[in-house]
Design a protein around this ligand. Sequence first.
Ligand code: SF4
Length: 376
Amino acid sequence: MKVVAVENFADPSFSADLIGWQKVHGRHALPWQNTTDAYLIWLSEIMLQQTQVSAVLGYYARFLERFPTLRDLAAAPVEDVMAQWSGLGYYTRARNLHKCAQRVVAEYDGVFPADPVLLAELPGIGRSTAAAIAAFSSGRRAAIMDGNVKRVFARVFGIDTYPGEKKTEDAMWRRAEALLPETGIESYTQGLMDMGATLCTRSSPSCERCPMQPRCVAFATQRTKDLPVRKPKKATPEKHTVMLAIVDNGQVLLEQRPPTGIWGGLLSLPELAGHVAAEDDEVADADHGALAQAVGRFGELESYDRLSTVTHVFTHYKLHIAPYQVTLARRQAMAAEAGYVWCDAAKLAEAALPAPVKKLLLDLVGDRREPQQRMF
Ligand code: SF4
């Protein structure tokens, strides 16, 4: 029988402690506080997305001077809205702000709905912003969850998985819902915001003044620096290829690469299709038959040697090149082989080759330029 763990996130003492602290130590004089006007609250919540209070204050005042009501904003040309927003950044917020004002005028006769679910359907208002607007304007019980709240939760409850991961984020939302107080949602919501902004800050939390200290797992285990868990770094993908360095009579066979893609438009060595081991560091050795077949287009295979693997690091992946030095018994005329060229070994240093391929070839055939021409 499958056993399902039962979550019990409810804890009325959490909200009681937070509300008690907020009433005494929280912020009470911000320009968008002490009002239930949803327009004033909504505007502040949108401006405060990704922007600090100190940066918002001046913009908020100027914006309201220009657009004192929701109807003024809805009726204004979008260019005027953008001009007032100019300098605040994240301009999609301004475009959505304007669209949202027009929707509220058209669909709700200029009055924001009280239901957070309806609010969240409006442009630029996500679940958390909808909850904050509903809590402050209508006293509706709804949970917020932004970066600050995630940080506080991760530390207080010792959540040691990355909050950006869906499973962790979903659990945080369930916890946030379970912790909502029966009364005092305004102080509670403001308390979470105040704690995240003024006490439980990213780099130097003021644990000595924090109302959550007695229950805070990060404080008790000295992990305030480690929580919340940072985004895990993705392992660099590894790719593998087999390259053929076909050397004949002091010349090397080069292939013109397509104009786009890696090393677009450069010359390089022919690659052995179908011999790319993508999963581990080990490059599968090309088997004799495949190699003879690939070389067959250019001449009769005499012998080949597996050279040391060359690893080249690109921005997004590592490329492991397994090079084979190939000697021909007889060269084939290449009239039908467009895109290939025999290059004198002495000219390799000046050829338009990718750096790792050039190095590989110069190591192989020796740098045959005159000493005064050499740059390396
Ligand atoms: S005790 Fe420190 S780490 Fe824990 S919630 Fe308070 S400020 Fe954050």
